[in-house]
Design a protein around this ligand. Structure first.
Ligand code: IMP
Length: 191
């Protein structure tokens, strides 16, 4: 039997424990900010689902998690620039305070497009909670009301975030490294 880990040994940027600790703090701040009128949780799928489900567990009221999808990244690492709402176009947000839950805000295009979409659909307000933000990459100026961690311009994976569908299930947030991935793939092939 081999002791090789099931994934490449990418560098851990934010551990699962740190994510849990910080999300507890965010949930407290969100509950305080929203007061008596619980928000409608709208998660950007698929990446934000683990973060949204964790928030759901920590917020009072057993709020359901609704899903939207915005296509911007395709299967690669660079943004196409255009963002289209492809899932959750009709969530019934009219008159509701929405909390848009995102895994990572990079250029800001996705959050900007979704906020516009939700407000145009009649949401009373649309606040944003993002686990991660890369401020140095911003192209569109968006306000993030609740942010977990500010990170440098690195491509990260895990806790829902993927590269072409890979590594979403990693519990920590790690930094993608093509060399580490290649070395792992060769080691597995040589077994
Ligand atoms: P934005 O529209 O450029 O802000 O990009 C937001 C979306 O891009 C996120 O919801 C992610 O799906 C994806 N994204 C941006 N940076 C990363 C990253 O470092 N790792 C994984 N996905 C990312």
């Amino acid at each position: 039997m081999s002791s090789q880990p099931p994934f490449p040994a990418f560098r851990v940027l934010i551990s699962h424990d740190e994510i849990l600790r910080r999300t507890h703090e965010l949930a407290r701040a969100i509950a305080q900010a929203t007061g008596d009128e619980p928000p409608m949780l709208v998660a950007v799928i698929e990446g934000a689902l683990p973060f949204a489900r964790l928030l759901q567990r920590l917020l009072p009221g057993q709020l359901p998690v609704h899903e939207v999808r915005a296509s911007s990244y395709g299967s690669g690492k660079t943004s196409s620039g255009e963002v289209k709402v492809t899932v959750g176009r009709d969530l019934g947000v009219r008159g509701r305070h929405v909390l848009l839950v995102e895994d990572i805000v990079d250029t800001g295009r996705t959050v900007h497009a979704l906020q516009r979409h939700l407000l145009a659909a009649g949401a009373k307000s649309c606040r944003v909670a993002a686990l991660l933000s890369k401020p140095s990459r911003r192209v569109v100026d968006v306000a993030i009301d609740h942010v977990g961690f500010l990170i440098p311009d690195e491509f990260v994976l895990g806790f829902g975030m993927d590269l072409a569908g890979r590594y979403r299930e990693l519990p920590d947030v790690v930094v993608y490294d093509a060399d580490v991935e290649r070395a792992f793939t060769s080691a597995v092939a040589a077994r």
